[in-house]
Design a protein around this ligand. Sequence first.
Ligand SMILES: *Cc1c(COP(=O)(O)O)cnc(C)c1O
Length: 954
Amino acid sequence: MTDKTSLQDLQQSDDFIRRHLGPRENEIQEMLSELGLSSLDDLVEKAVPHKIQVKEPIGVEASRSERETLDYLQSLADENIVAKSYIGMGYYDTVTPAVIQRNVLENPAWYTAYTPYQPEIAQGRLEAILNFQQMTMDLTGMELASASLLDEATAAAEAMGLAKRSSKNKKCNTFFVDEKTFPQTIDVVKTRAEHYGWDLVIGPIEEAADHDVFGALLSYTNVQGDITDLENIIQKLHDKKAIACVAADIMSLVLLKSPGEMGADVVFGSAQRFGVPMGFGGPHAAFFATRESFKRSLPGRIIGVSKDTRGNNAMRMAMQTREQHIRREKATSNICTAQVLLANIASFYAVYHGKKGLTTIANRINRYASIVASAVVNSGMEVVNDHWFDTVTFRASDVEAIQDRAKEALVNLHYDGDFISFSIDEAKSQADIEQLIEVITGAESDVFELDSEATSSIPEQLVRESDFLTHPTFNDYYSETDMLRYIKRLETKDFSLVHGMIPLGSCTMKLNATSEMMPVTWPKFACIHPFAPEDQTYGYLKMIKELEADLVEITGYDFVSMQPNSGAQGEYAGLIAIKKYHESQGEGHRNICLIPSSAHGTNPASAQMAGMKVVITKCDENGNVDVDDLKAKAEEMKDNLAALMVTYPSTHGVYEEEIKDICDIIHENGGQVYMDGANMNAQVGISRPGDIGSDVSHLNLHKTFAIPHGGGGPGMGPIGVKSHLAPFVSGHSVRKVHSVEARDNAVSAAPYGSGMILPISWAYIKMLGQVGLRRSTEVALLNANYLKNKLSAHYPVLYVGRNDKVAHECIIDLRDIKNETGISEVDFAKRLMDYGFHAPTMSFPVAGTFMIEPTESESKYELDRFVDAMIRIRQEVEKVASGEWDKDNNPLVNAPHTQADLRDWDKPYSISEAVYPSEATILSKFWPTTNRIDDVFGDRNLMCSCPATETYAE
Ligand SMILES: *Cc1c(COP(=O)(O)O)cnc(C)c1O
């Protein structure tokens, strides 16, 4: 034995903490000494107000190795039981094509990208989303589709909102809901209507137009599986100036006449069964389609085709400045993070199968449903629905006997009193169908015989006749080789964390560790229905409880609600809890929400959706909340003050000293404090919102807690609340949420939001543990302050806090440069692409600035590479200022440069200056695939469907 290393050290060889952090120990010391600091503790002492620092380490366990973590997670997964699911109700087993699972769902190049704010380096996912829009338009028969919403239930609520805005029946305040809509959809619509102050009538679909309504939600295929011809109902609604919103099953539309052909104004539903696993409720993309004339009212993002400077087609987010929440309190929807990754998977699924493959799948589903229906009838039971696509409901002669056989066979059905329903999906085989028949009837049957007896289950007038998926994209990639190359071709156009830093302030683009991601596609997490019996989901429930307990420790709140599917949904759920609390205190009149002017747009958007009146308070010249103004407004409005929404550290990246006083002022005047938790990456392990005095926060698990952004979603926005708000968090009427008494206030379709991605945050916390979580925050502060220090020699840093320190992000001011030289923040953003970077957050919270957030995961090498690029760009600006470079024809205003530029180089500067401007780009070059894209052209000529293939960029 010559090795003197202690056994303990040998056992710690796979320490995850060091793998999560960018800088090495010695680099941390170097960076600290450059900042004149002795240690990370010293940094915290100097940067973070003492009043808010935790006195004790947070009560989270010690870190576990990656292997230990995965072993334990596997043991939890093993407590979930994968049954044959026939529950339906919006969630279906599906077969994710392996080429898509491995190359998209499990591929960091797809899942670590951000929302395509910089379209020149995002053409791949923009094309995939455009395909999603085209697929939606084809199947729904509508003119315009959005790039995804959070789930079917929130899509329904958004449809109601669009109906209210668009209906010419202006005075009317009532919305109709088909009573046979999925119950979870009705619940979310109820919540939304209550807080908008609208009335709902829930009744039989035929009576939709008998009421005075501004719109109606009609289920084309309903919870029992029946199919309704909507043409007359829609006509009658239109006669009354009401908007017809149709909930549709995406797979059924392959065989059914499109709702657009029946006159629908909005068509929405879930794209889950196009290749996205059930995952205990999500994440899944909802589709949403409407008329061209309602384009300004469309919730969420929309991808449009425009031109780049070479005149080639290029895609980008259309009407980007009108992304709804940016309109703040005038916004019509608060949606920000959506479901891009899942929309991409659904669109690739459609590309993979094409019209022919989808038709085969849909026909098989339908035939199997009919076969089982025949067996049910033959056994003497009554089938309730006259027509069906995949779901059949029957009156059971002996519910208990069926239930017993089902349990024995691990078959999940949907039970409703004497009625039982089953939904068939593409994952079911002939053997499954035989088993299902035996479970239901107690006897074996010959499926071929039953098939020959079965009658058509789709009404003749509702058989689809219009074509769909005719675009070459859905027909060109036939073999797996071609499919793989198509996926890769798109992938390589996009800049993601696999290429370099994405220093988007407020977005926290940190490492999404592979070990954290692995469990997502384990079948025992992926293949669980959100309404599966409790005893099949113990693994999930245990994991979720542990995650909740850790988040309670981290935030200092008493209770965590896991339901909201994004930060903005968390805001909405939190404000509702505040509102309900006030009501419970006999103070239901409190309706004013104070919001500092620097707040993220989702804050005022959520407040108005919660039925609150937004009052903006001032910020001082340092960007801080103007406490005097806040105090004056809080006192003036104290009789009606409901809440303050405040981001901490503030949106401009500074720890405000007065935050505790601010909370006190609000409480003294009868209000509650909502602390936007998007910046928790500057607090974890160091301070806790609950201790500071806040009552509720959302946590963006897709920012601070390592869920990847997926190119613009998924996300999770659970809320932490103090105990007095706990009775008012989101419940669920189909499946009781553990420890939540209420069954109302639902904000998502699934009881625990997107269960499938919760293991990511769970693993993140377990692998970092008490020490690693705090260390991550410290290094996030160090990296930000290091960047601030380096950049401040070349750019003015807009705001700093105590001891000249920033929190986890810093803002540099580019406005003087623009005034003096004409080089704008946009030129900077595009030029950074030539240097191999994704730009920081642009013009938020201050126009004409960059907000830079490096996160703890970026190495010193990467930070230095960024600083080097920014310094060189500053020198380039000087060349423009001095006249050495033409002010209208220089590498900055022409950026980004593409390979196509090289073919006909005609610039007054060299190729090398353009595309190899730094050492780093010579070592490794990322090529933007399009030249700068014209936003104005795109918005003037809105085109949101796939252009003919020949017209794509060369
Ligand atoms: C990201 C963010 C939000 C919204 O979160 P989503 O998950 O995108 O809905 C809200 N506030 C701040 C400060 C944010 O940075």
